[in-house]
Design a binder for this molecule. Structure first.
Ligand code: F6R
Length: 614
């Protein structure tokens, strides 16, 4: 949450910062701001506005400023309401240092009181301003900015990343990371730092992922890293990222979400071609022999994640239990970490995360590791903190996902987890070669089947047109598609703001059935499955009470089509693969509902894509 960026080099800094912030805006859009050093006047130029980046851009307009060093910020408010005063960058009392911040300084209130006693004046309600003031106190004593940061950091509790520079030292940007992500972009005669790699792709693909407690010192020609943990200068590996700028742009689509939904067949194709070898066996390049040895013997699996990724974890856990015969438990990260979980060396903890930076999932990872569990991360963003800290990582290779509502990253998580389940099934000798071969053959059809569903977009649109003014929706599913019901409901509420509830269909008669009347739409996810007939009975119960049935089923299911007010079909496939297909109509439905309600699809209110605070 919050996107931060810094630049030093030969380019005009304002367009670099603005372009970077455009890519980072998905991390928060309560306010935006930049600070840079005017080379001619030696002044600090500060511009910030409440609301989206567009407001800041309008304010800056064609303002001509000769500057080659600066920092920028896009905010997801934590401390202090969204306002101009609380917008970053913040400066210290001397007006020398400009700082942008992502995360929370937890002891800000105590520090603020102490500083106020020393007559330091504050202009915002943010914890960020406390951070820059503390650094400013050390800087005052004529140390370098690096030294000031080094001395100030131990006074600040919490989890955060800072990027800052000082008017006095126009040749240096300092960046510090504790838990929240920061990546350095390496250029020729210029260097960058940002919360995530998408902000850098227009300029460079050579990056350094900072580790916790790293202070990076960036000049035009050099980047050096000091580790507060190791009390020494360290060398961090340079990685070349394989994402490109086009992937992080809308490419003619009105919204990133729509573009990302259309990318799903390609994402699936890519995953299957990467993960299935010539013999038809699943393989993961990152899984070592030692890891495999432990994986073979694990006794339980914990699927831990948040939001959409949690729903993927539920599907993955069900498949691992079915094909590898290991019992699983799924829990949201924020609950797992505070329940003193009983995990140990005989357990596998699988963390599913698109960003690889979600604070609760990261904390869950650390909890699991401290108890000796085998920790596997299923991550999209290469080099992210969770990817680096896990015992092993499997990347989902969905490419950059910019829309706040997760779509292609979700299907990539599903596909990867199913492959993991089959892999574990083979490893543990619970899945025969023949059964495996049949599964893989069927899996290979899924990308084309997904593409076929995408062609039906006009029908999803007309269904949304009938219902977009309604405020309450119920989603029902069973087995592998109970998580789809949860995911469908989450998607709808996060982007259309309609209330939506996902439920296990079998539970309907234990409560939610009271909601059913002629005005209640119920989205029933009922592809061919072990529980298809049970699902049909549930739908009958809804029809008997005059509820509105929107059904998703397998093609050719006339019985279902007859009962439903609207029917969307998916091509024939086994139940285990069906969640990859059934979710697509639901994504479209939510998307259309949001558009028809005039919502901001890619940046829904109050949300941020990467949740780096608890
Ligand atoms: C919903 C959505 C969120 C994320 C959740 C976890 O569309 O995107 O629910 O799934 O915030 O994020 P990651 O996967 O980055 O850990």
């Amino acid at each position: 949450m919050c996107g931060i960026i810094g630049y030093i080099g030969y380019r005009d800094v304002v367009p670099v910062l603005i372009q970077g912030l455009e890519q980072l805006e998905y991390r928060g859009y309560d306010s935006a701001g930049i600070a840079c050093l005017d080379s001619r006047k030696g002044n600090l130029f500060l511009a910030k506005e409440k609301g989206k980046l567009a407001a800041l851009k309008e304010k800056i307009g064609d303002f001509n400023i000769d500057s080659h060093i600066g920092v920028g910020h896009t905010r997801w408010a934590t401390h202090g309401e969204p306002s101009r005063e609380n917008a970053h960058p913040h400066t210290d009392f001397s007006g020398q240092i400009a700082l942008v911040h992502n995360g929370i300084v937890e002891n800000y209130a105590t520090l603020k009181k102490t500083l106020q006693k020393k007559k330091v004046r504050f202009t915002s309600q943010t914890d960020t301003e406390v951070g820059v003031q503390v650094i400013g106190r050390f800087y005052k004593k004529k140390t370098s900015l690096f030294q000031a940061v080094k001395q100030a950091i131990p006074q600040l509790r919490g989890f955060f990343a800072f990027v800052l520079f000082s008017k006095d030292d126009p040749e240096t940007i300092i960046a510090y990371k504790r838990s929240n992500p920061l990546v350095i972009g390496l250029g020729q005669g210029e260097n960058f730092v940002a919360s995530d790699v998408t902000a850098l792709l227009s300029y460079t693909r050579r990056v350094i992922y900072l580790e916790d407690e790293d202070i990076a010192v960036l000049t035009r020609n050099k980047v050096t890293v000091y580790s507060l943990k190791r009390h020494s200068w360290v060398s961090r590996p340079v990685t070349t990222v394989n994402w490109n700028v086009a992937q992080a742009q809308k490419q003619g689509f009105p919204h990133f979400m729509l573009k990302e939904m259309y990318e799903q067949p390609e994402v699936l194709r890519n995953i299957l071609s990467k993960r299935i070898d010539r013999q038809g066996e699943v393989y993961f390049d990152t899984i070592t022999k030692a890891f495999r040895k432990r994986l073979k013997k694990i006794e339980r699996v914990f699927m831990i994640s948040c939001g959409t990724a949690y729903h993927a974890g539920l599907v993955g856990g069900t498949a691992i239990q079915q094909y590898a015969r290991v019992p699983y438990q799924a829990q949201v990260s924020s609950e797992f970490r505070y329940t003193n979980p009983m995990v140990g060396p005989e357990d596998l903890v699988v963390l599913v995360t698109q960003s690889g930076e979600t604070a609760d999932t990261l904390a869950a990872l650390r909890e699991a590791k401290s108890k000796g569990a085998l920790v596997l991360a299923i991550v999209n963003v290469v080099g992210s903190t969770i990817a680096r800290e896990a015992d092993s990582v499997i990347y989902t290779h969905a490419g950059p996902e910019i829309g706040v509502a997760s779509t292609k990253a979700y299907v990539a998580q599903l596909a990867t987890l199913l492959l993991l389940a089959f892999y574990m099934g083979r490893l543990r000798r619970k899945l025969s070669r023949d059964a495996h071969r049949t599964l893989i053959r069927e899996f290979k059809k899924i990308p084309d089947q997904a593409a076929k569903i995408l062609k039906e977009h006009k029908r999803f649109e007309s269904c949304a047109k009938k219902h977009y003014t309604r405020r309450n929706f119920l989603f029902l599913g069973r087995g592998y598609n109970f998580p789809t019901a949860l995911e469908g409901a989450l998607k709808l509420k996060e982007i259309s703001y309609a209330h939506a509830h996902g439920y296990a269909a079998g539970e309907m008669k234990h409560g939610p059935i009271a909601l059913i009347d002629h005005e209640q739409p119920v989205i029933c996810i009922a592809p061919d499955s072990l529980t298809y007939e049970k699902m049909i009975s549930n739908i009958q119960e809804i029809c008997a009470r005059d509820g509105i049935v929107i059904a998703i089923g397998t093609e050719g299911r006339k019985d279902l089509e007859k009962m439903a007010d609207d029917f969307f079909c998916i091509p024939k496939t086994s139940e285990v693969f069906s969640p990859i297909l059934t979710v697509i109509p639901l994504q479209f439905f939510s998307y259309q509902m949001a558009v028809l309600n005039g919502r901001d699809v890619d940046q829904p209110r109050n949300l941020a894509k990467s949740v780096t605070v608890e």
